[in-house]
Design a protein around this ligand. Sequence first.
Ligand code: WTA
Length: 647
Amino acid sequence: MSDDFFPVPAVWAKNALLDLEGRAADYKRSIEDGHAYWLERAKRLDWITPPTKTDESSFEEADFGVQWFADGELNVSANCIDRHLATRGDQVAILWEPDSPEEEPRRYTYRQVHEEVCRFANVLKGAGAKKGDRITVYMPMIPEAAFALLACARIGAIHSVVFGGFSPEALAGRIIDCDSNIVITADEGRRAGRKVPLKANVDAALDECTSVKQVIVVKATGGQVAMKDGRDLWLHEEAARVPADCPPERMNAEDPLFILYTSGSTGKPKGVLHTSGGYLLWAALTHELCFDYRPGDIWWCAADIGWVTGHSYIVYGPLANGATTLMYEGVPHWPTPSRIWEVVDRHQVHTIFTAPTALRALMREGDEFVTRTSRQSLRLLGTVGEPINPEAWRWYHHVVGEDRCPIIDTWWQTETGAAMIAPMPGATDLKPGSATLPLPGVVPQIVDGEGQVLHGAAEGNLVIAQSWPGQMRTVWGDHARFFQTYFTTFPGKYTTGDGARRDADGYYWITGRVDDVINVSGHRMGTAEVESALVLHESVAEAAVVGFPHDIKGQGIYAYVTLNAHDEPSEELRKALTAWVRTEIGPIATPDVIQFAPGLPKTRSGKIMRRILRKIAEGEVSPQALGDTSTLADPSVVEHLVANRAG
Ligand code: WTA
């Protein structure tokens, strides 16, 4: 916890969209007069049929469902493109910075984006895509990735983006789960000068998926790839053959916009479903309020389009607001740790939005990589994805922003669509490490283990008491799992899976996940997923995975592995298991530590005591830290684990 306090800077107090009183009054209205408030807020979108309904959600089992603006009709791509053509057709919409600084950036005006997206949409139609189809997008960070999303939205197809760092296995699982008929990919991706074989990965994934009829391939690097006759099409060849206009499909506010798979504490990743009206409103409104977005600002969200942050804050929020959104192909520290600040200078970026893990890695490289750049264009600094430690917060504020730029620490989740608890630069005094206060319509509560609502300063489980427009609508193909996962732990409330503390000023401090999800470099990872991957290996009998504190990544992955009777622990096997997890899931799931364990601590009923495994991984091995082990089936297991601690 930090006692520092950063009041709203004078220039922001005078000029922001909302000031301290304005924010409080706006919030009060959003709660007390929600229906009128949201009808008014909804006017920021361009509706084909404006809604007369707002929130019709219920978190109770009997009439369970999440629904907003249900009689409204709109098209998301028309909101992100067409409606800007008259006023800002020649303004840059997408500003693309390539992996290597030696290459030239690419710029697309709103008019050009319109043509690219229309052609892409017509190519999809030609490939057989219809409203409601699921289209899997497995792309590098190139403008065509954004065009792909908008083209799906234009024709009413549901996109499911799979992060380009996931393995063919992981990709196949996601294609099968939502039964995609089309995959959009590129020949190769590039990151830090290295090539990523995206098309080859798709080919490998499709060996297992029969639903996919067509693969649309973007020529990105020009690398050699195999094209399967009748199945694979080059985007540029097809796009040249189709009309440059494609009328947007009329969509109901509750028609699905996208599925995005995310990790939970149990089972396979869940397909989080978002719909059209409420999601777009939430992405656009929060982008404007949290970042005080003004026309002309150059906005840079340095996330990957494979995560929700990329969906909401590279594509949908900024484009709905008519912004210039920067899309960066590469990584923050390549070719040098100055790279992201050089990009800021090159494009005169006003706001950068990144993750604490990137900041911690850059901080370690030393201030001179920052201070040798200008950064005078910066006015706001955003962060998301994991709790930001006060040290990184202060470094971001002082070294990067030269004490001039408020830090906008936004707490939210794939499930929430966009930011939920966050500062507004003119309206919120800051405390390093706190995401501060709820956004309009968001009713956070802290509850204890029994679900009792705690008032005033308190610590416990973070729940949200009522629906908000950007809330996920279901788990794709499994509505019962949606209810079960989020609304049964604390009945009648949305369970976030995060712990939080509220201080005497009403500020929220997220303390991290309270379930078996870990947050590695700002990426969500279910420990169960890594365990399932490990036990698929022929030598592994059992595995238990926990998180442990990691200086740069926030959390690292610690795997306890019990081998089959005929297998011996060895350095070679450790390496093989590490490589195995990378192929099963992807490099982001690489275990940092593998400890061979002849036995795991279990209760007499066979339940693994993860609390003990977490303590050992954290290096807390005193009897006090480990607590009562007498209920274990075999307490000597713990001694063995402690004596052979790895890492
Ligand atoms: C964590 C990313 C603290 C949290 C947008 C949440 C945060 C999970 C913050 C969701 C923050 C995200 N402070 N923790 N500002 N932002 N988290 O679905 O544990 O990839 O539940 O969405 O990240 O991760 P997801």
